[in-house]
Design a protein. Structure first.
Length: 147
């Protein structure tokens, strides 16, 4: 016993940037976050628009779907605060695959995520090849958000 501690297990997670240490699970999530940061920057320069606050949940959130307790883990939650102080929450989920099992699982998750806030996916019209760029879509969402 020489007083040393041996670390036998550890955990590492990819970050968006060292100057913006938000955990990301994939390049797709990194792209989603880049788009959200661009939207926040655009809104900041326009008077009378909401101020955005980003949350990256690290643990499951408890929700109730049809009276049954479920757990969801959205990729991002953005809280928009209007100039009059009213707030609204927007849940952002980055979509990665199109196979039937993934789609079924995500569909069930989305039902629970809608209990947290208004749900939007990246891409906006998931499974539809004709969708607007995510950042333009989200700019429109935040410009016309109902509180």
């Amino acid at each position: 016993a020489d007083g040393r501690i041996i670390c036998s297990e550890g955990y590492a997670h990819a970050l968006y940037q060292l100057t913006c240490p938000v955990p990301v699970d994939s390049k797709l999530e990194r792209n989603t976050l880049t788009a959200l940061l661009n939207v926040a920057s655009w809104l900041k320069r326009k008077p009378g628009t909401p101020e955005l606050s980003l949350e990256r949940p690290l643990f499951d959130t408890e929700v109730y779907v049809n009276g049954e307790k479920k757990y969801v883990l959205p990729d991002f939650i953005v809280t928009a605060r209007a100039p009059d102080g009213k707030t609204a929450r927007v849940v952002i989920e980055t979509m990665g695959y199109e196979d039937s099992d993934y789609c079924a699982r995500k569909s069930r998750q989305h039902t629970g995520m809608k209990q947290i806030g208004v749900l939007h996916t990246d891409p906006p019209k998931w499974l539809d090849n004709d969708h607007p760029p995510f950042k333009k879509h989200m700019y429109g969402v935040f410009m016309h958000l109902r509180y």
